[in-house]
Design a protein around this ligand. Sequence first.
Ligand SMILES: [Zn+2]
Length: 242
Amino acid sequence: MAGGNDEVESLKCAVVEAGKAMHEAGLATATWGNISALTRDRRIMVITPSGFDKSRLNPHDMIVMDLNGAVIDGRHKPSIEAPMHLEIYKSLEHVYAIVHTHSPMATAVGVAGEEIPPIILEMVAEIGDRIPLAEYACAGTRRLGRALVEVLRSANAAIMRNHGVIAVGPSLKAALARAILVEEAARIFIAAKILGKIEPIPDDEIKLFKAVIGEWKTIQRIQNISEWIKELKSIGAENQED
Ligand SMILES: [Zn+2]
């Protein structure tokens, strides 16, 4: 099998684990939502079956498909959203895992027809300058996948209008963490709206934060924190006179 049997078997286990974690994080409502992962050669997708509680999945329940949508292995029906997952994998080459939830707070933001502006730093670091709102399209269609591809070109997660959340990543761990973060950001967004107005992080501060994160990633090891302070001065994140 393309992708290798061992790799496919380990992806099945990883999807099962992600399903349990999604359930524990309160992101799964009944049997709604679905999860998939792609082999490194981008030829085989492992996806959750239709109509299953995400806390009770087993590796042998998983559906194995090629990117044309043909079922290679699996004794159940694939998720109704398989065309959406396939459309995303075919269009976005950096994506190897997709988590789709109907988590309630983020779905509420989508029902209100809003996107989430940059309100917290972890959102900017993990998802993008905003959590965009994807146009409504019917569940189970490739059209829904195409609407999501549009917004996922500039963000690692999106709110799906009157539907739920999509989060993508290079691994299931990353996609799941982002799905959790979307729900957290939505909760903060709604709470802040109740308290008063939303004050997003200013554009220049977002730029600076990204530069700081970028510098941090390039440094392998720091022996003394003063070395880090020097790095920050070099990108203007610390006042020279400090
Ligand atoms: Zn859905």
